[in-house]
Design a protein around this ligand. Structure first.
Ligand code: COA
Length: 145
């Protein structure tokens, strides 16, 4: 149903702004990790329309022992296209890319409101819920690949 393609950071900003940071200015949708070495961005397309995005960067969380880890950031699907498998398809494609680099660990700061989504994708929670201003409660979610 969805075609997964690599996209550029600039392609993610509109959905990041609309879905993830509607109350912040557009600049807040540009992340310091967007152009880091190893970073990549995926989009799920329904026809020509970009409906879901996710970004991935090389970042080690100190709680985990693996030297090379990927972090998932800014996962978002447009409201009218949710629960149709776009998010899952993006993460699956990313996992294949990451494993292809010989890296076997993926983590994110997940909003507690969508913890169930990450669990469906095989992520486990780590540690306590924490506040991530100005967005709200988050929890670290992780997955061995
Ligand atoms: C979370 C989000 C990215 C999920 O995207 P999606 O494209 O709807 O996800 P999928 O359709 O691939 O869902 C995969 C599975 O998770 C389930 N799921 C989706 N959203 C869920 C939620 N909020 N809670 C629990 N389960 C959820 C789906 O039903 C599906 O289940 P299945 O295993 O039976 O197939 C989307 O709801 C979203 O953009 N939310 C608002 C932004 C947000 O909170 N992003 C995360 C920031 S950390």
């Amino acid at each position: 149903m969805f075609e997964i393609r690599k996209i550029k950071p600039i392609d993610t900003y509109e959905i990041r702004h609309r879905v993830l940071r509607p109350h912040q200015n557009f600049e807040a949708c540009k992340y310091d990790t967007d152009y880091m070495e190893g970073s990549f961005h995926l989009g799920a397309f329904y026809g020509d329309k970009l409906v879901s995005i996710a970004s991935f960067c090389l970042e080690k969380h100190p709680a985990f022992p693996f030297e090379k880890q990927y972090r998932l950031r800014a996962m978002a699907t447009l409201e009218e296209y949710r629960t149709k498998g776009a998010g899952r398809a993006l993460v699956k494609e990313a996992e294949d890319i990451i494993k292809g680099q010989g890296i076997n660990f993926l983590w994110c700061k997940g909003r507690t409101s969508v913890q169930g989504y990450y669990k469906r994708l095989g992520f486990k929670p780590y540690g306590e819920v924490f506040d991530y201003p100005p967005i709200g409660p988050h929890i670290i979610m992780y997955k061995g690949l």
